[in-house]
Design a binder for this molecule. Structure first.
Ligand SMILES: Cc1cc2nc3c(=O)[nH]c(=O)nc-3n(C[C@H](O)[C@H](O)[C@H](O)COP(=O)(O)O)c2cc1C
Length: 372
C-alpha cells in the first residue's frame, strides 16, 4: 500500500495517515462571524471520511481590518470561540486533528463588518477582479499603508487568535501567508513597496511574517501546532514571482525555522511546478525539503492519479487536497478501497461557495449529507 497511508507526526500529534483537507473558504458563518451547526456538519463529514487532519477555511483574527469576506467566520470573541468548540468536538470524535487557518485579508478585502478601509504593507490594490465566488463586490477598495498602530493591532490579532484557538480545543493554527492575503503581501515586491525596515530586499520583506510566526509560537502551549502556509502565486495573480528567485524561498524557510514553526505548507497550481524566476528547477516544497527538516504539507493538483508519487517524492510531507476533497468528502476511504473518485462539479460552488449552495447541489444530485 502507498506510503500515503502511513502514520505521521507533527509536534507530538500522531496522525493516522498523510491525507489532509486543504483550507477552503465557504462564507457560511453568521453575519458577525459565528460558525454555524451546518459548518459542523460540513467539517464532521470529512472527519468521518478518513482524513487524518483538517485545515479550516481562513478565519479572521481581529475586529479591525482582518475580515475579507461577508459571512467569513472569525475567532475574535467568546461567542465565535464557543461555537468553534462544538465543531472541534465533532471533528475530534473521529480521531481527526483540526487546525484553524488564521487569515488577515490585507488588500484582498471584499467585505468587513468592522471597517471600510483595508490595510496592507503599501497602498496597493490587488491585480484582477474580486472573487464573485465569495460574494459579489464592485472592484477593490482603496488600501491604507500600515502604520505603527496597525502593526501592533495585526500582531495582537494573531496572538489573541492563537489563544482563542487553543481555548476552542483546536490542535493548532496555520498562519495564512499564501495566496495574496496580508502576510503573503509582505513577502511580495508588488504589494510591499515600503522604504522602511519592512520593505525592500527579501530579508526585510520576510521580517514581519517571521515575527508573527515567532509570536504565535511563544503564545502557544508546547504541544500546540503552529504551521504556516506559503505561496508565490496569489488568487488573482497566478504569474507572480519573487524577484530573488529561489533565494527568496531559501531565506523565508530559514527564518521560519528560526521562528520555530511546526510545519510549512506550500501551495502552488501544481505541487511539482518549478515556479521560481531565474530558471531554478525546484518546486517550493523541494526547497523546504532541501533546506530544513521541518515537516511539510504539500498542495496543488493532488488526486487519485498522482498521490502515491507525491507521497514518495516528499517523504516528510502531508498531502493537502481541496477540490477532490469537496467532490469526495470520504476520499481517503475511497482511495484505500479502490472505489471510484469523482471530479468536482463547480456548479456546487455557484453562485457563491456557501454550504447552502453545496447542500442544494447535493440534493439535486442525490448526494445527501447525513445529519448526526
Ligand atoms: C472553494 C475554495 C476555497 C478556498 N479557500 C481557501 C482558504 O480559505 N485558504 C487557503 O489557504 N486556500 C484556499 N483555497 C485554496 C485551496 O486550499 C488549494 O490551495 C487549491 O484549491 C489547490 O488545491 P487542489 O488542487 O487540491 O484543489 C480554496 C480553494 C477552493 C476551491
Amino acid at each position: 500500500m502507498s506510503s500515503a497511508f502511513d502514520d505521521f507526526e507533527v509536534n507530538g500529534h500522531k496522525l493516522d495517515n498523510r491525507f489532509v483537507v486543504a483550507p477552503m473558504t465557504r462564507t457560511s458563518a453568521e453575519k458577525k462571524g459565528k460558525p454555524t451547526e451546518l459548518m459542523g456538519d460540513y467539517y464532521e463529514r470529512f472527519a468521518k471520511g478518513g482524513w487524518s487532519m483538517i485545515i479550516s477555511e481562513g478565519v479572521y483574527t481581529d475586529r479591525q481590518a482582518s475580515q475579507g469576506y461577508a459571512n467569513q467566520p472569525g475567532i475574535t470573541d467568546a461567542p465565535q470561540t464557543d461555537a468553534w468548540k462544538n465543531i472541534v468536538e465533532r471533528v475530534h470524535k473521529h480521531d481527526c486533528k483540526f487546525i484553524l487557518q488564521l487569515m488577515h485579508a490585507g488588500a484582498q478585502f471584499q467585505h468587513n463588518e468592522y471597517t471600510d478601509t483595508p490595510i496592507a504593507p503599501s497602498a496597493v490594490m490587488p491585480k484582477g477582479e474580486p472573487l464573485d465566488m465569495y460574494g459579489k463586490t464592485d472592484g477593490w477598495t482603496e488600501v491604507k499603508a500600515m502604520d505603527e498602530s496597525d502593526f501592533d493591532a495585526v500582531m495582537q490579532g494573531f496572538v489573541g487568535a492563537v489563544n482563542r484557538a487553543e481555548e476552542a480545543g483546536f490542535d493548532g493554527v496555520e498562519l495564512h501567508a499564501a495566496n495574496g492575503y496580508l502576510l503573503n503581501e509582505f513577502l511580495s515586491d508588488y504589494f510591499n513597496q515600503r522604504g522602511d525596515q519592512w520593505g525592500g530586499a527579501i530579508g526585510n520583506r520576510l521580517k514581519f511574517v517571521a515575527m508573527v510566526a515567532k509570536a504565535a509560537k511563544s503564545a502557544a502551549k508546547d504541544n500546540f501546532i503552529v504551521g504556516i502556509r506559503l505561496s508565490q502565486i496569489t488568487v488573482t495573480d497566478p504569474d507572480y514571482q519573487w524577484p530573488e528567485g529561489e533565494d527568496a524561498m531559501i531565506k523565508i524557510v530559514k527564518a521560519l525555522k528560526d521562528a520555530g514553526v511546526d510545519y510549512i505548507h506550500t501551495t502552488d497550481t501544481d505541487v511539482n511546478r518549478k515556479p521560481f524566476k531565474g530558471g531554478s528547477n525546484k518546486s517550493l516544497a523541494e526547497i523546504v525539503q532541501e533546506f530544513s527538516d521541518i515537516p511539510l504539507i504539500v498542495n496543488g493538483g493532488i488526486d487519485e492519479s498522482n498521490y502515491e508519487h507525491v507521497a514518495a517524492h516528499y517523504p516528510n510531507a502531508l498531502l493537502a487536497i481541496a477540490k477532490k476533497a469537496l467532490a469526495n468528502p470520504e476520499l481517503p476511504k475511497r482511495l484505500k478501497s479502490g472505489d471510484p473518485v469523482e471530479d468536482l462539479d463547480f456548479a456546487m460552488l455557484q453562485p457563491t461557495a456557501t454550504l447552502e449552495n453545496e447542500w442544494q447541489w447535493r440534493d439535486q444530485h442525490d448526494q445527501h449529507v447525513e445529519a448526526e
